[in-house]
Design a binder for this molecule. Structure first.
Ligand SMILES: Cc1cc2nc3c(=O)[nH]c(=O)nc-3n(C[C@H](O)[C@H](O)[C@H](O)COP(=O)(O)O)c2cc1C
Length: 347
């Protein structure tokens, strides 16, 4: 029988709460302030709109990333396999959830191993960067990458979540230099990722100087991890502390703009509250390469691989029609398309 560690039981709580409760931030992504200029006479055919993009030398059929979510328990093996099979079928990228549980307990490794159903996808390993301040180093990072034959490693940064978790790891001081050490020594690219509160331009600049190749914005406007932790809280005081942060964070659109301006050399993955293909297209026009989606795909993958494929295809069609209606032929042109910003909009 698989040993239940504290990390894997926390992961089970997270999945259950994300599936059953409303854990949405009270902020919006800020993307509703931007719009494409409609093109009444596009000089292209709908079927010729090209969604392909190359990231880390792998070609994707659409600029979509299944954001890092799960693994580490028996139930999540099915979710990961459904997500990965859908990514393989549709030609998109995928991140796996934090692999700390499997580093602690090798019996859980299998719940992260998706290459058997997704041999070709762009796949990201995942560890909490904070673990580098609690004994992890290059060896654990390498193990995470090798465990799933990943193309890159995501180090996620979640100080606020750790701060409102009763068992949280909150010693963040001097973490940047540990991240730099990993970037220097890991043979695959390192991506720094938030979990729903975004990056400021200043922080992106520091991470870029430390050697990270890409930033996954994970801005505010979607899943709020303080709301998730509020539902997990064992005492009234813990719940109250967590719920005070429902409107915290840098909205996704704002964070993309800041990171692009402060560190234009970084590859940007946009995520946090993206719910349609139009959201993803807007993020690409604002400077991202890909758009990541977590919660809606978790719900689909908890049902079946077919539903997951259907959801990804729905998002792809939205990107395609959005590009067509704005007269945009391909990803390169989309990245150069200016968006109009609505002023004084009542939200
Ligand atoms: C059930 C669940 C588990 C998650 N676990 C992780 C994780 O292990 N590592 C990580 O970097 N992000 C994790 N995230 C955060 C997501 O990758 C994403 O940044 C965040 O949910 C915002 O995206 P969304 O609004 O589309 O849900 C998780 C999200 C969900 C819903």
């Amino acid at each position: 029988m698989v040993k239940v560690t504290q990390t894997s039981s926390r992961k089970s709580d997270h999945i259950r709460i994300n599936l059953e409760e409303d854990v949405t931030s009270s902020l919006t992504t800020g993307l509703n302030r931007f719009y494409f200029i409609h093109e009444a006479l596009p000089d292209i055919n709908l079927e010729d709109v090209n969604l392909c993009v190359e990231v880390f030398s792998k070609r994707l059929e659409a600029p979509i990333l299944i954001s890092s979510m799960t693994g580490g328990t028996k139930e999540t093996t099915k979710i990961n396999l459904n997500l990965a099979a859908a990514a393989q079928k549709t030609g998109i990228a995928m991140g796996i959830g934090s692999q700390r549980a499997a580093i602690e307990n090798p019996e859980l490794i299998e719940s992260f191993q998706v290459r058997k159903v997704a041999p070709d996808i762009l796949l990201f390993a995942n560890l909490g960067a904070i673990q580098l301040n609690y004994g992890y180093g290059i060896e654990e990072c390498q193990r995470a990458v090798e465990m799933i034959e990943a193309d890159a490693l995501i180090l996620h940064l979640n100080p606020l979540q750790e701060a409102v978790q009763p068992e949280g790891n909150t010693r963040f001081a001097k973490l940047l230099e540990k991240i730099e050490e990993i970037c220097k020594n890991l043979p695959v690219p390192v991506i720094a990722k938030e979990v729903g509160w975004g990056f400021s331009g200043q922080t992106a600049k520091k991470l870029s100087a430390a050697g990270v190749t890409a930033i996954d914005i994970a801005g505010a406007g979607g899943t709020s991890w303080t709301q998730v932790e509020m539902h997990r809280a064992k005492t009234e005081d813990q719940a109250k502390l967590a719920s005070a942060f429902i409107d915290w964070g840098i909205p996704t659109a704002e964070s993309i703009a800041q990171v692009k301006e402060a560190a234009p050399e970084l590859i940007i993955f946009a995520s946090g509250g993206l719910r349609t293909g139009i959201d993803i297209a807007k993020c690409i026009a604002l400077g991202a390469s890909l758009g990541g989606i977590a919660s809606p795909l978790l719900k689909a993958a908890n049902n079946s691989v077919e539903m997951t494929i259907q959801k990804v295809q729905e998002i792809s069609s939205e990107i395609r029609v959005c590009m067509f209606a704005a007269g945009i032929e391909d990803h390169e042109q989309l990245q150069k398309t200016p968006l109009v910003k609505r002023n004084n909009q009542i939200e």
